[in-house]
Design a protein around this ligand. Sequence first.
Ligand SMILES: [Zn+2]
Length: 279
Amino acid sequence: MPELPEVETVKRILDPLIMGRTIISVEVDPDFPGVLCGPDGVDASRTLPGLSLQRVSRRGKYLIVGLSDLWHLIVHLRMTGRLLVVDHDTPAVRFEHLRMALDDGNDIRFADQRKFGRVELATIEDVKALDRRLGVEPLTHGLSPYRLQELFRGRKAPVKSAMLNQHLIAGLGNIYVDEALFRAGIHPLTPAGDLNLIQITALVEAIQYVLKLAIRNQGTTFANFENPYGEAGGNKSYLRVYGKGRRGEPCPRCGAELERLVIGGRGTVYCPLCQPQEV
Ligand SMILES: [Zn+2]
């Protein structure tokens, strides 16, 4: 599922491809009209044609495309959403639900196997509300050890769950939480509020390291993540624990057998020796 590095990858490719273009027409899959939504009383598919595309930005796992006339598009890929830029004559891609034709002969296509993703026509107030709802951006100075300590203070929830909470830190999902906890040597069940400042400092470093590495590798593709060119990301081979632990794989650091746990409904892989549970 796309997390911060995958959405950042889409943003970096999409921005120069579509910036300054104008939307000519919009086609929505009649079997899935809910893929495109907008404010109450506004028909997004009628409003979009004629608007031009401005800067593409990212907040957490959301893409935000600035449009003319003070509109925005908020795109959430969720589980299996893909945003592609293809020539207008390209046949429908697999699971395509939305097509926006641009004035340079290309289309933006939104495809989504599981249909949890959304493209939302939004006002600046909607964008501000999204910004307020989301926690700190982990690759900004907003995520300092002191800030994270403050966010985790008094929390009894496992650190794994606290890291997945988008109201605290925006953009982390299962892959990068497991990778960051492994790098920081922290057991995923440790209550977030019990971490000391040394652990918190290691965790901030680890979060930023795993995210930057994944962005450099254009994201992790497990099942279906693709960038706007339809290419897979290259980060999978750099993962140290995520996706392992089912067949007794060894810890890449100490060789002990990796273990699996379910925390808050999410499969979690960790090394019992490198990430000891403190008692
Ligand atoms: Zn280990």
